[in-house]
Design a protein around this ligand. Sequence first.
Ligand SMILES: NC(=O)c1ccc[n+]([C@@H]2O[C@H](COP(=O)([O-])OP(=O)(O)OC[C@H]3O[C@@H](n4cnc5c(N)ncnc54)[C@H](OP(=O)(O)O)[C@@H]3O)[C@@H](O)[C@H]2O)c1
Length: 350
Amino acid sequence: MKKIFINGYGSIGSRITAFLKDDPEISIIGVGKYSPDEKVNLAISRGLKVFAPERKLNEFKDFEIAGSIESALDDCDLVVDAAPGGHGFLNKKNLYEPKSVMAIYQGGESVVGDKAVSDLLFNSRANYELSLGKRHVMQGSCNVTGMGRILEPLREKFGEKLLRFDVTLVRRWADIEQTDKKLKDTIEMTESPHHGDDVKTYFGKDSPLFVRAIKVPTRQMHLHIMDIRFKDKSPKPSEIHNIFVNEFGVATLWTAKGTKDVRDFAETMGFNFTDTNMIHIHANMTASIGDTVQLMYSDDQTGIVIPENHMLLQSMLFGKSYQEAFTHTESIFHMQEKKQKLEEHFAKKD
Ligand SMILES: NC(=O)c1ccc[n+]([C@@H]2O[C@H](COP(=O)([O-])OP(=O)(O)OC[C@H]3O[C@@H](n4cnc5c(N)ncnc54)[C@H](OP(=O)(O)O)[C@@H]3O)[C@@H](O)[C@H]2O)c1
């Protein structure tokens, strides 16, 4: 049994913790909180031990804190860092390295430059094997993970026939539970988005991938609008859809009018956190025109990276093969069943 600490209990940390509680190979030491707010008691009510930074213990005196984060790391096999972007790097330098603890970092960090947390950005579909034996690895962000689920199978199928990929990321403004974060009535443009460079760390630095990003006032997922150009005539939409029939974490839907339809269905079906944990190709929007395939898929922003974290920690902690990790992750996340339910509900109507 390996001992894991989750540092940060926000959108990502709370989800990872909930799923790890179902994993018989893992024991959760507790979670790290930095603000003395109602979420401390929420975590305790869920049977978790809550730890706070040593320097802030006094601020948490009205709560039943189990101890300092520093002390929790003294007997810990791996930390899942779920801190706001940039703090993971500081935690690595100030906590994890001095205490010689392995760590997984989230998509708000970087694998290049002075503040790199690792030399590996993980995507289970693209580079699972490279994470074996590593002590510090970054999990790609939701958009970066989603793109990998589309690009890798396309490359495997069409290889040299592909000319370039142009992607517009339509990003959600906030997460569902971030109720304190107001949606701003604007379409915000993102200068130099990191997503393309992040994908290129596993897809190849010279790959012909061109990414633009905007943010829109919704909490209901991201939408990627992708144009795939071929050297000659492009394949038919059905040939594209067929590639994803057996892909992990990709559902092909025909009748969802918008991203909220997908979220609402997840809620109706009782999926944890109303997450689908995957991307959804909106097959009714696929078109093949001359040398180009137009594709749209939505990306469950908070859910998609959770099974990825689970795959990664099995590699780092147990040195499992891809297949072993995949089978165990499937037994906890039931991705195949979720995919099937989504595809049945949003099936093509003849
Ligand atoms: N949200 C998404 O859709 C999404 C998807 C993929 C990847 N990510 C990435 O996941 C990471 C976490 O994002 P999030 O959306 O979960 O953020 P979040 O909801 O704002 O939660 C951040 C959590 O980190 C805690 N925290 C504050 N300072 C910390 C520190 N120094 N060290 C450790 N934890 C600290 C906060 O504690 P208090 O609340 O107690 O202050 C809070 O619980 C980011 O790198 C983000 O880019 C997010």
